[in-house]
Ligand binder design. Structure first.
Ligand code: AMP
Length: 411
């Protein structure tokens, strides 16, 4: 199938061609016709499937006839909600690219950045707004955003938005839009909470499922290292020095773990950056840009900070900590091996994470190949280390019985 078969108009086809896309991805093939038809859709698709273009292209086409409103008279006609700033920025960048041969304008607004420049652009009038929920509500409250003219409302990464506690904000924003709008819900997974949300805000949605959840892209080769927990840093350094070629996104479960690993790698002379929830917006953006531009070959991230970010040509993903949820594993390693490139996914598993590997393997129906040839093998019989709470050495009191007895009392 070609993009022409999707009944896309010339200016859109031109932008698609300029982006270098030869044929539509599966989610594009299936979602674009419904969205052009102004139907509601619920799409289960992960980042990397081409889902952004799947909603951006038909939205632009549907707005095309209204693009020439005098600039000041422009009303926001499409709203895309995104859980994270990074993802929001990326989505708007896509809109900008695909709108190159039109007069449609877009803006991204997110918290943690100065509000004035966002207000200035809003005052000038835009067609498409990409936003994180908090900043959107803030700007709406201050009367800089009018949602009365929304024709299409998109919820991207809906499952992550619910995980991040945005449910009430989403419902509030949805109610601020006109009732007869088109609603598009994109989510990597469709748990019950998403079904419930879909039932309240979508009207007879078409369902599209392009990621048989828990399936792993076949262009990713996986490898697993069993290693004692205390040797993970050493093995990580060993693999960075000897095995891993190209750039690598390293996942750790906690912000503390991310910082600790970053310090160690810096001390060992690696150009490293990190992103996690405690970093401010500009630091996160700088880290991401440096990694994308190849100045930094190693990026360390937590799952929430990294989810949804599109990094082209990612060579390797490294699970420093084994995720305890199979979907997270699939998500993480799905960031490599995109668009015809083959990627590698390295995972380190310590004794206490063995059960996670079992769950993951059952879920993805694949036995992850184990590499035993490395300097820090884990004794197969090793039991998880349980840290006993150590009592204070002063627990029984600082003074010995003898000294207590010797004490002369004044009374
Ligand atoms: P997404 O899933 O929206 O994050 O897109 C993942 C990547 O695929 C982005 O870098 C897009 O630019 C790219 N992409 C989207 N559609 C196509 C296509 N039809 N052909 C090739 N690459 C695409």
């Amino acid at each position: 199938m070609s993009f022409k078969d999707l009944n896309l108009i010339k200016p859109i086809l031109k932008a698609v061609e300029a982006s270098g896309y030869v044929e539509p991805t599966l989610v594009q093939q299936r979602a674009i016709p419904f969205i052009l038809d102004r139907k509601d859709v619920i799409v289960s698709a992960q980042t990397g499937t081409g889902k952004t273009a799947a909603f951006a292209l038909p939205i632009l086409q549907n707005l095309f006839d209204k693009q020439d409103a005098p600039k000041k008279g422009k009303k926001i006609k499409a709203l895309v909600l995104s859980p994270t700033r990074e993802l929001a920025i990326q989505i708007q960048k896509n809109f900008k690219t695909y709108a190159e041969f039109s007069n449609l304008s877009s803006l991204v607004v997110f918290g943690g950045a100065s509000i004035e420049p966002q207000i200035d652009v809003l005052k000038k009038g835009i067609d498409i707004l990409v936003a994180t929920p908090g900043r959107l509500l803030d700007l709406h409250k201050q009367d800089y955003i009018n949602l009365d003219y929304i024709e299409t409302f998109v919820l991207d990464e809906a499952d992550l938005m619910l995980d991040m506690g945005f449910i009430d904000d989403i419902k509030k924003i949805e109610r601020l839009c006109p009732e007869n709008k088109q609603t598009l819900l994109f989510s990597a997974t469709i748990p019950n909470k998403i079904e419930e949300l879909a039932q309240t805000i979508l009207k007879n949605p078409e369902r599209i499922d392009v990621t048989p959840t828990k399936s792993v892209a076949k262009d990713v080769s996986q490898v697993l290292y069993y290693v004692p927990k205390r040797n993970k840093i050493e093995l990580c350094l060993h693999l960075l020095r000897n095995t891993i070629k190209g750039n690598v996104l390293i996942f750790r479960r906690t912000k503390f773990g991310v910082n600790k690993l970053e310090q160690t790698l810096l001390k060992n002379g690696y150009a490293v950056n990190s992103i996690h929830g405690d970093k401010n917006q500009s630091d996160r953006q700088t880290a991401l840009n440096k990694f994308k531009n190849g100045y930094v070959k190693v990026l360390i991230a937590t799952d929430v900070a990294a989810r949804g970010i599109d990094i082209n040509e990612l060579d390797n993903v490294f699970n420093f900590d084994m995720p305890n949820v199979p979907e997270t594993y699939v998500h993480r390693i799905g960031r490599t091996g995109r668009a015809g490139h083959t990627g590698k996914a390295y995972s380190m598993c310590s004794a206490d994470e063995k059960s996670y590997v079992k769950t993951i393997q059952n879920a993805i129906n694949v036995q992850i190949p184990v590499e035993t040839e490395h300097p820090y093998p884990l004794d197969p019989k090793a039991k998880p280390i349980v840290h006993k709470k150590q009592g204070s050495k002063y627990k029984k009191g600082r003074k010995s019985e003898a000294s207590k007895k010797k004490k002369k009392r004044w009374y």
